[in-house]
Every structure is written in C-alpha cells, then in structure tokens.
Ligand binder design. Structure first.
Ligand SMILES: Cc1cc2nc3c(=O)[nH]c(=O)nc-3n(C[C@H](O)[C@H](O)[C@H](O)COP(=O)(O)OP(=O)(O)OC[C@H]3O[C@@H](n4cnc5c(N)ncnc54)[C@H](O)[C@@H]3O)c2cc1C
Length: 337
C-alpha cells in the first residue's frame, strides 16, 4: 500500500542519522501505485529525490520537494537452466538479505558483495562493488518507471553504462527513473573469486571453500574494518579511489614508495584513497562532531550531532589536504543533497 506524509523526518532514513525533513515523503509497494500517483499528482515542478536506505547520502538541509521511497517487495525466479538462474527482486528488498538467500541456495556471484547496506533498487545506481566484484557482473536487467511519462522501461546491462561506482542512473537519468525491480543472473556452478584483499587469508581459517565460507569471510573482514551505522553514523567509503595516469603513479612512487596502487589498464592506475588520507595523518581523527573511523580513514563518521554541512565541510577539508600533499583530487562517492 502507498502512503504520503508531509514534513516528514528523514533521521531514520539515512545512515549518518542527520535530522532533516522532507516537505513530502511518499512510499509505495507496487509499480501501479507509483504510476497512478505520478499521473494524478502534478509533481513535475517540484524537486524529487529517490531514497532507498539512505546509506550513500548526506543531507545538508531540509528537502523542499518530494522524497520517493520504493518499498517494492518480492523475489521471483524468472528463468532457470542447469548453469544459471535469473532472479527478479523488488527494489525495496534489502540487498544483503538477497545475498544471504543466494548463498543458502548455492547461487554464486553475489557473495563478495555481502553486508553492503542498502536496498536492491540502489545497487545499479552506483554499481556497488567490493572485494574484486561489482554488481554489474551479475545484473541482467533493471526495470524502472519514467517519472515524466510514467512508462515502465527495461534497461539491459549494457544500457546502464556501468563504470567504477557509476552508472547512467547516477548521471543523465539521476532522479528521472525510479528503479522498481532488478534481475540478477547467478551461477549454479559458482566460481569463487577469492584473490582480492584478505579473503584468502580469512578463508584459511575455514576448511570448506564455498560461497558460504566466502560470505562468512567477507562479513568477518567488513565487521573488523567498518563501523556499524546503527552505532556510529556513516555512509561507508566517502570517497572513490582515484584513477590516475600510471606516469603520475611512477612520479609519486619516487617520493612516496609505499603508495598503494592497482593497475586498471595499460595507462591507468587506481590509488587507494584510504592510504592517501591516512598519510595526511587523518586516520581515526575525532574533531568532536565529525571525524574519520579509527580502522578505516576512508570512512567519515558522525561522532555526535553533526549536521550534513559539518560532514560536507570536513570532506572538503580532506579533499584539500590530500590535494596539497599528492596533487590528487578525491571525488566523493556519496550523494550530497
Ligand atoms: C557501512 C557502509 C559500508 C558500505 N560499503 C559499501 C561497499 O563496500 N561498496 C559499495 O559500493 N557501497 C558501499 N556502501 C554504500 C551503500 O551501501 C551503497 O551505495 C548502497 O547501494 C546504497 O543503497 P541505499 O538503498 O541506501 O541507497 P540510498 O543511499 O538511499 O541512495 C543512493 C543513490 O541511489 C539513488 N536511488 C536509491 N534507490 C533508488 C531507486 N529505487 N531508483 C532510482 N534511484 C535510486 C538515490 O537517489 C541516490 O542517488 C556502504 C555504506 C555503508 C553505510
């Protein structure tokens, strides 16, 4: 059933726990509801924001417009062969519950993305990724409602223009389409991807190597490294890992031999943003209301009653400090609203 609220607090709808209000807040559970709502209500002239669990957003002020929250439930196998399954999931389902479901059924492909907070509907938006896997590797199709025309559109994987923490939904189609369903393709003969990060080390503690043990390893590593948003407000990695020319990496290596870099192409390297921030002496800093997490410099945390502006201004200070030391621009991964 759909519901509309006025002057609605978003404090419980963002993982930084920022207390701002939305002029209108609308939630729905079926595509027909949102289509009908958009047809009868004239919202073309007011600002719109689509909100999942708010785990990748910083609100800097009250939202003078309508926040649309898809709560579409459901999980349905739409095709199955001896090799794979296609599973269509409602946008409102919690991503990690779906990963758990996949692991319980031995459907491989999502296990490295265990414990990433948020909804299924948001997964294509920034092409969530962790431990060598991106969700684009398993997305078959994204179904969305066009806010302007109310038509249902189906985007195939290549239509989504997936890139590192990026997609068409974060750019030209931002807040123009409401994602209602995502269909994922999972393997029934899982091939484990365990060469990234500390997964292999963690797995040595476990006799079995299967998707369940990979999920367990990822959960253990993440729990050690990342703060639980229920206890300390945060939005995970605040910045993207910058991608720079490998010539620049070579220059930086002369001055900073320990720089952490990964080759992404013949000419480009990805640099660990957390390492850059840490080298500026900014890991585990507590400035009262805001700071960085003790175990991961890339995570900005709300230590008290920080406002969105406190967080945003602190993020800008980090950007400047890193730029002054390394000449590298850190781009924010989170959406600033
Ligand atoms: C502790 C922690 C760890 C994290 N770790 C990772 C990680 O390892 N890898 C990673 O990639 N991310 C990570 N994140 C970020 C976050 O979990 C993901 O970006 C997640 O997909 C956001 O989901 P959400 O439902 O909270 O989206 P929101 O924060 O509500 O929205 C994010 C963006 O998607 C848009 N959006 C949301 N739902 C829809 C929809 N149905 N239709 C259209 N647009 C929509 C919003 O407008 C916004 O632009 C982490 C966050 C936290 C707090």
């Amino acid at each position: 059933m759909d519901k509309l609220f006025e002057n609605y607090s978003l404090k419980k709808h963002n993982t930084f726990g920022i207390d701002v209000k939305a002029r209108y807040y609308y939630e729905f559970t079926k595509s027909e509801e949102i289509i009908f709502f958009l047809k009868v209500n004239k919202i073309s002239n007011i600002k719109k924001l689509i909100l999942g669990s708010g785990s990748n957003i910083v609100f800097t002020k009250d939202f003078d417009g309508i926040v649309i929250h898809p709560k579409v439930p459901g999980i349905q196998i739409v095709k199955e062969t001896t090799d794979f399954v296609l599973i269509k999931i409602g946008a409102g389902e919690i991503w990690d519950s779906f990963v758990n479901y996949c692991c319980l059924n031995n459907y491989g492909g999502a296990e490295n993305l265990s414990l990433i907070p948020g909804t299924v509907g948001a997964t294509p938006v920034q092409n969530i990724g962790a431990y060598g896997v991106e969700v684009k590797d398993i997305i078959e199709e994204v179904e969305a409602v066009n806010i302007e025309t109310q038509e249902i559109t189906k985007f195939k994987n290549k239509d989504c223009k997936f890139e590192y923490r990026n997609s068409i939904f974060k750019n030209e189609l931002k807040n123009k389409y409401i994602i209602t369903y995502v269909t994922y393709k999972l393997s029934k003969n899982p091939v484990l991807n365990i060469n990234y990060g500390k997964i292999n080390d963690e797995l040595k503690k476990n006799k079995n190597k299967n998707i369940d043990s990979v999920r367990e390893a990822v959960i253990n590593i993440r729990n050690r490294k990342l703060p639980d948003p229920k206890k300390i407000g945060n939005a995970g990695s605040f910045f993207k890992n910058p991608i720079i020319d490998n010539k620049k990496t070579q220059e930086l290596k002369k001055k900073f031999p320990g720089i952490v870099s990964y080759k992404v192409s013949e000419t480009k390297d990805k640099i660990a943003a957390g390492w850059l921030i840490e080298q500026c002496g900014l890991k585990g800093k507590n400035y009262g209301k805001v700071g960085t997490y003790k175990d991961q410099a890339l995570v900005i945390v709300n230590y008290g009653d920080a406002t969105g502006n406190d967080i945003y201004n602190f993020a800008k200070d980090i950007q400047q400090t890193v730029y002054d030391k390394f000449g590298i621009i850190l781009n924010m991964e989170v959406s600033i609203v």
